[in-house]
Design a protein around this ligand. Sequence first.
Ligand code: SF4
Length: 359
Amino acid sequence: MTINNKDSSRPAKPKFSELLSQPEVKARWDKVRKYFFLRESTYDMSNRCNIRCDGCYYFEGDKQFAREIGDVEAWRRLMQAEKARGITYVVLAGAEPSLVPELLNVCYQEMPLGSIATNGFKKIPESVGYKIHISVWGNDETSLRIRKAKNLLKKQVENYKNDPRAVFVYTFTRENIDEVNDVAEELVAQGCKITFNVFSSPVGYTGHLRHDDESLQQTKQMMIALLNKYPQNILFSVYNAVAHTHKKGLHDLYSCSYPRQNPSQDIGLGRSFRQYRTDLNWDRSVACCVPDTDCSDCRHYAAGSAVVTARFYRHANNLASFKSWLDYVDTYLAVWVMGYEKGKNLCTEPIKPPPPAVK
Ligand code: SF4
């Protein structure tokens, strides 16, 4: 999720000043560039969850077996050490952070910028001023079937309606594309903010939630239709829809910058990113924001927020690409940073994700 304006591809053809000649483009560039200081790492907070979802990447691989360290002072020391090595933004996830509110509080005291990924079943205290991403996987019938959770959406809305921290993250699977209509209508009626995610299979997962070419196309059309229908509530852009529903996954399209796929430790995420487990250890060889996800199927919103934003240079080849990239970054900041307000999208036409420049 770190914004990094260094890209291995060559600088753009048009002069940068030409790309900024339209006032609204210049204003958006000036707005987003203030956040280029963000440097993220992610942290598993507990090895327990109060629900169990099909296709959950936390309960894949070794990390689920890491010992849970609930010592508040150990977490405080970790946050202080992270700050000292240049981390400015924390993502608190796996398995369910709301089960350890005392740890969330200490993280927030030490590191004031960040977000929490939660299923929304248990409300996170208001003293924790991070963005809160509430995962929605369909309507209540679907949630009962694949998450074994009764009345989940109702509970999520009760907990987070009118909460400026909250963004509801609707994950499109192969099976729930049409359901989003009713879910979005209900969330919009309650004044909630929504963004979109695309189910990305854990390693080895071949189940019925995995997307195919047809479901990706349908998902893209649905995302754009809802974005047009509810522009005030849906934090997204046409380019987000394009990037996350392409036949190719994010790594094939943009070359993932997380350590797990990026051997370079010279600059950017390859150098700074760590994914801590609940025992406060980390392992570079598996470090990314969605560990144990199958890279060839990775279209995850959290991954894109780093991988696409980092590819500034290749999007500076023409105005439509640059505007699309600005929309993407503007969306990412509105979803992930408290107090950042989403602007009107600059590009409403789909573009093709630009390839790296030829050297
Ligand atoms: S799962 Fe996604 S974010 Fe993680 S290394 Fe693979 S492509 Fe990158």
